[in-house]
Design a protein around this ligand. Structure first.
Ligand code: MF3
Ligand code: CO
Length: 247
């Protein structure tokens, strides 16, 4: 668990988050038809290093990429590949981790390419709202599952399904730290949130079944029914009145 109480450490993790934001503005413009996910990975790794930071995912439990690029029915952990070429109509989730000054930040966004279906638009909207409502609950004195419950509520309102096989997590001095932050649950359960606690909140929402399968590569998680999935993630610091979003 990373609980940041002094301004010096907060400045350090903010810098990590600032770099991650810049990397997203950079990669956003490169997501288009004809580009492979390996192209994106190579560009992102260069951009992270250009800022004097390191790609946090590369080598993590043997993961080969600097980004996860998860298209359409891929929920998370899509491995960058020259054979995966983005096309019009795709939704593309990009997940990136940065390590700078000893501090990790983790974020994900789902982008649309060209014209996508109305359902895919709604899915992206829903997942963004899940993240926004989850973050609103990341305040001192609440419990972890208040975040979870808020996310589940939004998913249900849209009649979509929150993925339960993967969860958000503590982050800061390592990429994955306690506590786990599920995307579903009843209010008022789990650890009490303390000011300064750093969390990665990351709803993954499916159009169809919530069930997920892992491909033989051991990483790529796809929806069991082949329908679309979206993913948004931010690293936040729990605060007294509101969380500070640092990515
Ligand atoms: N945001 C993802 C997560 O927290 C990224 C991890 S990808 C990995 O699970 F390759 F680093 F595992
Ligand atoms: Co994460």
């Amino acid at each position: 668990m990373t609980i940041l109480t002094n301004e010096k450490d907060i400045r350090k993790i903010r810098e990590s988050g600032e770099i991650l934001k810049k990397v997203f503005s950079f990669v956003e413009n490169k997501i288009m038809g004809g580009v492979s996910t390996l192209d994106l990975d190579i560009e992102v790794e260069k951009e992270i290093r250009r800022h004097g930071a390191e790609p946090a995912f590369k080598g993590y439990k043997g993961y080969p990429g600097s980004i996860c690029a998860s298209l359409n029915e891929v929920v998370v952990h899509g491995i960058p590949s020259a054979d995966i070429v983005i096309q019009d109509g795709d939704i593309v989730s990009i997940d990136i981790g940065v390590k700078k000054n000893g501090y990790f930040t983790d974020a994900a966004r789902t982008f649309s390419v060209g014209t996508i279906t109305e359902e895919a638009e709604r899915l992206i909207d829903c997942t963004k709202q899940c993240l926004t409502e989850g973050i609103k609950q990341a305040v001192t004195g609440n419990r972890v599952s208040d975040i979870s419950h808020a996310i589940q509520n939004v998913a249900e309102k849209f009649k979509f399904k929150e993925v339960r096989m993967f969860v958000g997590h503590g982050v800061g001095k390592a990429l994955h730290e306690p506590p786990e932050v599920p995307n579903w649950g009843q209010k008022g359960k789990g650890p009490v949130l303390q000011q300064g606690l750093v969390l990665a909140i990351e709803p993954m929402i499916n159009c169809g079944t919530r069930n997920v399968k892992i491909k033989p590569d051991g990483w790529t998680a796809v929806t069991a029914d082949g329908k679309f999935s979206a993913h948004f993630e931010d690293t936040v610091i729990v605060g007294n009145k509101e969380a500070e979003i640092i990515t």
